[in-house]
Design a protein around this ligand. Structure first.
Ligand code: ITT
Length: 187
């Protein structure tokens, strides 16, 4: 029987991608909200969330904090990515980058796992931001983000194509290596 792991997230897009990445595990979504502490890095947010959830969710459970870091904006929106997406959206980002030549950006993902102990796994994906929204797949900033080595945005790719190069895909590979080594592997 495959091992059950709860993924605590309010974002169904993240859950769908993670479920496809962690094949062999019984990944269940738990839509409990947890406080996102004001911190200047994703790992601190993830660690705080894990500690807060420790007595509230049955282990093993995981969460993920992700963000888009734009070079020309000195890493903004970064840890504020969820708030900025909800308020300014992709159009707001495009306005902030109007006439900005340097379109380089990086998506980062930090996955926190609690299995009696806290474990942290990260992944990043560098790329550039398109001048307009392109594509309809995925979620969030996907219509803007063109990963290095591609001409398409994440929103123009299939979920499998996105995950093969995404920040989440890379963090999930690190998580899988740990799960397999810990012998909690699925079937
Ligand atoms: P949680 O409940 O899991 O925290 P969230 O949507 O608030 O869900 P984050 O804080 O980790 O997630 O994400 C920050 C923002 O970045 C949010 O608006 C996401 O939609 C966006 N984002 C995260 N991963 C993304 C991806 O792979 N593609 C596009 N946008 C992404």
């Amino acid at each position: 029987m495959s091992q059950k792991i709860y993924f605590v997230t309010g974002n169904p897009g993240k859950y769908a991608e993670m479920r496809d990445l962690l094949t062999g595990f019984d990944l269940r979504r738990k839509a409990v909200s947890y406080p996102e502490v004001q911190a200047d890095d994703l790992e601190a947010v993830a660690r705080f969330g894990l500690r807060w959830l420790q007595d509230r969710v049955e282990p093993p459970f995981m969460l993920e904090d992700a963000g888009l870091f734009i070079d020309a904006l000195h890493g903004f929106p970064g840890v504020y990515s969820a708030y900025v997406f909800a308020t300014l959206g992709n159009r707001g980002i495009l306005r902030l980058l109007e006439d900005v030549e340097n379109r380089r950006a990086c998506f980062r993902s930090v996955v926190g796992l609690y299995d009696g102990e806290i474990h942290i796994f990260s992944g990043e994906c560098r790329g550039t931001l398109a001048g307009e929204e392109r594509g309809s797949q995925g979620f969030g900033y996907d219509p803007l983000f063109i990963p290095e080595g591609s001409a398409l945005t994440f929103a123009q790719m299939t979920p499998a194509e996105k995950s093969a190069r995404s920040h989440r895909g890379r963090a999930a590979q690190n998580l899988l290596a740990h799960l397999e080594q810990a012998g909690t592997g699925g079937g």
